[in-house]
Design a protein around this ligand. Sequence first.
Ligand code: GLN
Length: 542
Amino acid sequence: MTKHIFVTGGVVSSLGKGLTSASIGMLLEQRGLRVRMQKLDPYINVDPGTMSPYQHGEVYVLDDGSETDLDLGHYERFTHSPLTRDSNFTTGQIYLSVINKERRGEFLGKTVQVIPHITNEIKNCIRKLADDDVDVVITEIGGTVGDIESQPFLEAIRQFSLDVGKRNCLYIHLTLVPYLKAAGELKTKPTQHSVGQLREIGIQPDVLICRTERSLAREDREKIALFCNVPIEAVIEEKDKDFSIYEVPLSLTENKLDELIVNQLNLPAENLSLDRWRDLIHTMRNPQHEIAIAVVGKYAEHRDAYKSIYEALDHAGIAHRCQVRVQRIQSEAIEQEGPERLLSGYDGLLVPGGFGERGIEGKVEAIRFARLRGKPFFGICLGMQCAAIEFARNVVGLEGAHSTEFNKDTSHPVICLLDEQRTITDKGGTMRLGAQPAHLAPGSKAAIAYGRQVVSERHRHRYEFNNLYRQQFEANGLAFSGTSPDGSLVEIIELVNHPWFVAVQFHPEFKSKPTAAHPLFSGFVKAALEKHLSRGAATQTV
Ligand code: GLN
């Protein structure tokens, strides 16, 4: 019988519930258990795909094309749990499904209510992951206990233990234990209140994970245990990690969280072996080199907007024992100050994906700079489209070349809509989404980096390279090194006479893991490191 772990959060948002859930998944997997991960998000948007990365961070795309919350990125980076459309549900999706059923008459004229109709729908979403071949489903509830939006989800997970039996469910509550400087002590009251709110709903948490900047004294844990009605062993400290998020599982297992879970749920677990993970942290802590990469995007001030890209750069750094220092540069600043001043000091340049016209010319200028200076360049999605625009204008000589996303009447639409996209007006879930195969040209930089001829990568875009321009581009030294299997869609472009100028229409960052850096990120960081070393800069950092 599949066991269920529910992870809730209290006191404040941004406590790192996603990371903690992912770390729990990873620890259980390392103990030989088959884990599935899922996030339930209380907001009303039907999916995160239409939400601004300013507000909500990046949209994380799965193989099956679902556009999901960025926490699912943590799940994939930490675990092998296969993620699908059933791994992320929002209030919007739940209500939409219930309302559609009501419209079809499936409730036979009954009054449709939050309890039981919405809560039943939520429980069905959780049950979808509980298969014969699954030992544990970890369901993270987004938001903070006490939010109005979270109520139906909490009610549903409360009912869940009645349905499947108390012994098959474990409630883990993540809270904050703040340090008050003026009082010189850690404060447990917010945790008591937040657990109080959970208990009002009828959920008695089994485990409390306490986020804190200072270690909890035994008295703090005793106090929390007493007031929150949990055994002291179930008060787990999770201290802030100033070095890397990949240390979280190590600290949780040091505090015996996995042992507690395995015992409480009576799981058939093996002994934990984290040698590989420890090696990884050791490599990160002891880099032999350091390089600096400029990421030129629209959202320079929002780290979460390109979350997976930064993670993938870190992974590539691990693969090359190299610390990758990332500087986010707003592309509009390049329009004002010029690329020379802003980009000269970097070993490589990455232009990520994006939407909207703001800052496009800055990206194009930045790419021109990288092309002319022989600086390693990696373009992703919109980054590839900007590279095509730059090449068209400045090498092929197509004045005013543009994407029809930004100039419908351009004389040279080098990037344009596919026919199938022209008639679409709905915004949600209508892009070219999810995993698509690509064939690579033998001997190309891309094929060498992958070490394969056929790859599968995730997409999220509407616009495509316009095939009418292929010949002209090729004649001027640009190679189309990856295409869809029938050759009709351009997937990868690269410059023939350049150390590393590779741009892709897909999003490789979604498939990078700390234990297996994505080949293209690895190739890019390697090229940047070579550039760095050839400049004779001081490279020994340790
Ligand atoms: N805006 C571009 C498109 O829709 C690029 C999308 C992206 O970078 N994800 O094609």
